[in-house]
Design a protein around this ligand. Structure first.
Ligand SMILES: Cc1cc2nc3c(=O)[nH]c(=O)nc-3n(C[C@H](O)[C@H](O)[C@H](O)COP(=O)(O)O)c2cc1C
Length: 202
């Protein structure tokens, strides 16, 4: 089943480890026929270069060929996703650095990822953060707690050990599926994209 709702999902990519997670979330949304509007911070692109075999530029081209996909530069503060009057289905920041967690928790909208997240907060739209840092200090935890109290889903990219994942791609698929569920879109997730693990437990 694919979605009839043509409002886009916003995906923000920041400079935390886990670039692969962003790739899988965008791939899955486009496979579900959901329009995607994405932006990445400059640190997000730096980490992408470190962690991924496929260049960010070639991924952008692939996503544009695959479905309704629009990319905005992080400095494009006139992009539609920077305004509350432009309707979206919500946003996932994946992976989400502690710097972006702090900025969003304190209303500091100094790039398009942070501004688009702030728009979701003020418009009370779904906002899902996939924070990645270890260990976490009290500042990180307090910022995440403030956001959780505002209704933000804090979704750390924890491996589902109980499903006995075999590869890092299995873990990425599981996390991407949880992000899609947290955005309220899991009804449109085709069966073949559901990671249930060797034991079949979701
Ligand atoms: C290879 C690499 C990996 C990083 N991993 C993390 C991480 O897992 N979590 C984190 O909070 N910051 C991480 N950082 C630091 C952030 O990229 C840095 O704080 C940056 O300013 C975040 O900016 P942004 O939130 O605008 O993307 C990493 C940096 C590099 C270069």
């Amino acid at each position: 089943m694919t979605s009839q709702d043509k409002r886009p999902v916003v995906v923000g990519i920041t400079g935390a480890s886990g670039a692969m997670l962003a790739g899988r979330v965008i791939d899955m949304l486009l496979e579900m026929d959901t329009p995607v509007m994405a932006t990445a911070s400059s640190a997000g692109r730096m980490v992408w270069r470190e962690e991924m075999d496929e260049t960010f530029g070639s991924c952008l081209e692939r996503w544009q060929d695959k479905g309704e996909f629009t990319y905005f530069q992080p400095g494009e503060l006139t992009a539609p996703i920077a305004s509350g009057t432009f309707s979206t289905r919500g946003m996932a920041v994946v992976p989400c650095s502690m710097a972006t967690v702090a900025a969003v928790a304190h209303g500091m909208s100094d790039n398009l990822v942070r501004r688009a997240a702030d728009v979701c907060l003020k418009e009370r739209r779904p906002l899902v953060l996939v924070p990645r840092e270890t260990p976490l200090n009290a500042i990180h935890l307090e910022n995440m707690a403030s956001l959780a109290r505002l209704g933000v889903t804090i979704l750390p990219p924890e491996p589902p050990f109980y499903l006995r994942p075999k590869t890092i791609e299995d873990v990425a698929d599981f996390v991407a599926q949880r992000v899609i569920h947290a955005l309220g879109l899991s009804d449109a997730l085709p069966d073949h994209m559901r990671y249930e693990g060797p034991s079949g437990r979701a």
